[in-house]
Design a protein around this ligand. Structure first.
Ligand SMILES: Cc1ncc(COP(=O)(O)O)c(C=O)c1O
Length: 318
C-alpha cells in the first residue's frame, strides 16, 4: 500500500527510540539508556514539533492568512522548524538571532527563505534585554505574527500531545526517568507533565549549562550550549512561561566541553550524531543513572538535534 504524505507537517514527530547498549557498558551503568532521536524530523530538530504546534493553533484561530509573516527570537532550531513549515504552507518568516551562533543554522534558515536579523550579543546581556528586543521586533514588523515560543501555550501542549504519548507507547510504559534540557521549557514541561500524569513516580532530570558556559558581562563570548538555558540560580522572572519548574525533580550542570565530549562519545560508540545539547543531556543522564538506586531503571534521553548543525565554527562578530 502506498504511503505518501501530502504535507510536511505530517512528517513531524513519531521519532524512534534507540537503546544505548555500548554507552551503557562503557560507562558501567546498570540502568537502561534509551535515546529519543529528535533530529529525525523533517527540519532536523525537536523544535519542528513546537513550530507545527504554534502554526496549527494560529491557523485554527484564524490568525494566519496566506502570505503572512512569522517572527520570533530564536537560537536557531525553532526558527528552522518554523521556516520549513511556513514555507510548506505559504507563509514568510523572519528571525532575530544572537550574533554568536552556529553558521550552519543561519545558512539553513536562509535556504528555507527566512530572513535573518543578527542582534549584537551584548544587547542580550543588559537587564531586561529580551523585553527590549521583543518590543523592537513588534515595532519593526507591524502586522506580523509573533510566534512567541517562550510563552505560547501551543509549544508545551504539542509535547503533551505527541512527545509524551510516543515515549509512553514506545517504552510500553516502562519509562522511569525523562532527561532533557530547557530552551523555552516546552519539551520538559509538556512531556514531563504528561508522563507524570500516567506514572506519578517518574523523575524528570534537566541538563543545564554550568556557570562558565553561560555568557555574562565579564565573558560575553563564553562558548554556550546553543538553545539551552540555566534554570537554577536565575531570576525566576526571566524564565520562559513555558517552563514549569514544578515538573523538574533534579538538574545537573554540564559544561560545554563535557557536552561536546559526550556527544563525540555518542557518535563513536553508537553512531548517533547529536548536537551539543544532546551531549549535555546524555552527560546528565549518565551522572544520574550511575547512582545505585537507579539500577534497572529506564531512562529516556531526548536528543534535540543533530551534530551536523555545529560542525562549522560559530560566526563571531569581528
Ligand atoms: C538545541 C536545542 N533546542 C531546543 C531545546 C529544547 O528546547 P525547549 O525547552 O524549548 O523545548 C533544546 C533542549 O533540549 C536544545 O538543545
Amino acid at each position: 500500500m502506498a504511503r505518501i504524505h501530502g504535507t510536511l507537517s505530517e512528517l513531524v514527530g513519531d521519532t524512534p527510540l534507540l537503546e544505548l547498549h555500548r554507552i551503557r557498558r562503557k560507562w558501567q551503568v546498570e540502568a537502561r539508556l534509551i535515546a529519543k532521536i529528535e533530529y529525525l524530523s523533517p527540519a532536523g530538530s525537536i523544535k519542528d514539533r513546537t513550530a507545527w504546534g504554534i502554526i496549527r493553533e494560529a491557523e485554527r484561530s484564524g490568525r494566519l492568512q496566506p502570505g503572512d509573516l512569522l517572527v520570533d527570537v530564536t537560537s536557531g532550531n525553532t526558527g528552522i522548524g518554523l521556516a520549513a513549515i511556513a514555507a510548506s504552507r505559504g507563509y514568510r518568516s523572519k528571525f532575530y538571532l544572537r550574533n554568536v551562533i552556529s553558521a550552519d543554522k543561519i545558512n539553513i534558515l536562509r535556504q528555507y527563505g527566512a530572513e535573518v536579523v543578527l542582534i549584537d550579543n551584548n544587547e542580550f546581556l543588559v537587564p531586561g534585554a529580551l523585553d527590549i528586543i521583543l518590543q523592537r521586533i513588534q515595532d519593526e514588523n507591524p502586522g506580523a505574527y509573533f510566534t512567541d515560543q517562550r510563552a505560547n501555550p501551543a509549544n508545551a501542549a504539542i509535547h503533551a500531545e505527541t512527545t509524551g504519548p510516543e515515549i509512553w507507547r514506545d517504552t510500553d510504559g516502562a519509562v522511569d526517568v525523562l532527561v532533557g534540557a530547557v530552551g523555552t521549557g516546552g519539551t520538559i514541561s509538556g512531556t514531563g507533565r504528561y508522563l507524570k500524569g500516567l506514572k506519578p513516580g517518574l523523575q524528570v532530570v534537566v541538563a543545564e549549562p554550568s556557570p562558565d558556559s553561560v555568557p555574562s558581562a565579564e565573558h560575553p563570548y563564553a562558548e554556550t550550549i546553543e538553545g539551552v538555558h540555566k534554570v537554577t540560580e536565575v531570576d525566576p522572572q526571566g524564565l520562559p512561561a513555558n517552563y514549569d519548574a514544578g515538573v523538574v525533580d533534579a538538574t545537573v550542570a554540564i559544561s560545554v566541553a563535557e557536552a561536546r565530549a559526550t556527544a563525540q562519545a555518542l557518535a563513536r560508540e553508537e553512531g548517533l550524531l547529536a548536537g551539543t545539547s544532546g551531549g549535555a543531556v546524555l552527560a546528565a543522564a549518565l551522572a544520574v543513572a550511575r547512582r545505585p538506586e537507579h539500577a534497572g531503571k529506564t531512562f529516556v534521553i531526548v536528543i534535540p538535534d543533530s551534530g551536523e548543525r555545529y560542525l562549522s565554527p560559530p560566526v563571531v562578530p569581528g
